[in-house]
Design a protein. Structure first.
Length: 307
């Protein structure tokens, strides 16, 4: 028994006639008849009662027809699924990111264009995000960690920079900017190691010969915010993530070296997959629309709204 024989039987069962089935499917009637006879002969059974004006299913033929109906419906569903994936009408995309702020607008754009898509998103530090892509645990990622690894493809998404922030009642709150020298001996609230926030900020302090005071290390941006609010120190965050919280004021750190790029990343071998390609396209369109690759804004100003 093979697929061709089952298909020949199904066509005849649907049409009630060898000649009509052959015309409908563009096959030669002798070929169709031979396939059905081969199927019957392989098991020593009769699937049709042959009559002068067509054929009629035997009881066994009826039972087999129920099975082949389900079989070829599943085949059609599989064909629709694969064709839909090519057209990006449905599918499931696993996304990893170091910030929900950067990735959500891209996912929203994809959802609006392709309503059949579903998503799974993980938020972690930049190093972990990249490792998830390399381990095939994420289809695409958005991360601030630059890489020259030949196994991955990257595309710029936006430019950002680190800013400090303090409670609204802090002595620095109305200044707008501070020098790195003023950070010397200052208590800081900062992300864990592996975070690009920490990596960039510590590199800048080291370059300036600055030694901060106590470091309060936390794992999430929300924890940074709450720790600053509780008086544990000055916070460090990407400007785009500062948001509009009346409890805090953002401060620029004078000088340079705090600019960071955010990138869309995937394995190079998967770049042309339809869902991955659609994500890259949506990210590129949003970056152009929102001006995300333009120079960063003054500290404390609100980021442009993302749709």
């Amino acid at each position: 028994m093979n697929h061709t024989q089952l298909r020949a039987f199904h066509l005849v069962a649907m049409s009630g006639s060898f000649s009509l089935a052959a015309r409908t499917d563009g096959l030669a009637q002798p070929t169709l008849s031979a396939q059905v006879k081969a199927l019957e002969g392989a098991f020593g059974v009769s699937l049709f009662d042959r009559k002068r004006r067509g054929v009629q299913l035997t009881p066994l033929g009826h039972s087999l027809h129920q099975i082949t109906t389900a079989l070829f419906q599943c085949e059609e569903q599989a064909r629709d699924l694969l064709a839909g994936a090519r057209r990006v009408t449905r599918g499931h995309l696993r996304v990893s990111a170091d910030s929900a702020y950067h990735v959500m607008p891209v996912l929203a754009a994809m959802r609006d264009r392709h309503r059949g898509l579903t998503f799974q998103m993980r938020i972690d530090n930049s190093a972990t995000v990249l490792s998830q892509v390399l381990a095939f645990e994420a289809d695409v990622a958005v991360t601030a960690l630059p890489t020259s690894d030949p196994r991955v493809t990257t595309q710029p998404l936006r430019l950002d920079r680190l800013v400090l922030f303090v409670p609204a009642a802090h002595p620095w709150a109305e200044r707008g900017a501070v020098s790195s020298a003023e950070i010397d001996g200052c208590d800081l609230v900062i992300r864990e190691r592996g975070s690009i926030t920490r990596e960039v900020f510590e590199a800048r302090l080291a370059a300036d010969g600055v030694r901060p005071g106590a470091l309060f290390e936390v794992q999430t941006r929300e924890a940074v915010r709450e720790a600053v609010g509780a008086g544990f120190g000055v916070g460090v965050v990407f400007e785009s993530e500062f948001g509009a919280d009346p409890r805090f004021r953002a401060l620029s750190l004078e000088g340079h070296g705090l600019e960071v790029g955010e990138y869309v990343v995937c394995l190079a071998e998967r770049r042309k997959l339809s869902l991955v390609s659609a994500f890259f396209d949506a990210a590129s369109a949003l970056a152009a629309q929102e001006g995300w690759l333009a120079a960063s804004r003054p500290a404390g100003s609100a980021p442009a709204p993302s749709r």
